[in-house]
Design a protein. Sequence first.
Length: 212
Amino acid sequence: MKTIFYLLFLLPMMIFGQSHGIEINASIPGDSIKMKDVYFKTYSLRDIKSDNGLLVIFTSNTCPFVKAWEKSYSGIYTLAENNGIGMALINSNEAFRETTESVSEMKKVMESYEYSMIPYLADKDSELADLFDANTTPHVFLFNSDGILVYRGSIDDMFENKDRSITKNYLFDALIAVGNGQTPKVQTTKNIGCSIKRVKMNSEKKSYQVIE
């Protein structure tokens, strides 16, 4: 009952069933932008990209959709690594950076779900999210060895099914294809999740706006 209430409360901040983001065949945007992880180590996407490609997942600390998928992050990382693909998690919720989406909260969440091997980076002013045209958490972008986008969208079809069963492992299939030097059969799917909380500047103060 508590979970249902929480979902209803968050409903205005969620985005359902859209296909959004930079176009397939686009190059990695902002790959030289430096970001700090939860241990204050500095990375760029160029640093993280491996021989066969790069996986970028925009994520958050609090979104219930992320919570449903977050337990799979370590397995995704292992599969990506085994296929020669670097992986980064990006937190672009700049509007809540001093509260629920702070770096200290990022560290707590990451360690509680045991994916501390993955760089979890704070995207200052949502700069990278803007360049990627990312709009949900989670939101997946997979690039091949040439830094070309070959898959964009969701991790799997969990929230497309009423019983929350997983029948299509979009990202896992795409990672294996890219690891084998192939183009994924499915290149775009609907990204479903909570909206990224960007900061909108006005003359008096900062306030967040939800990008629909």
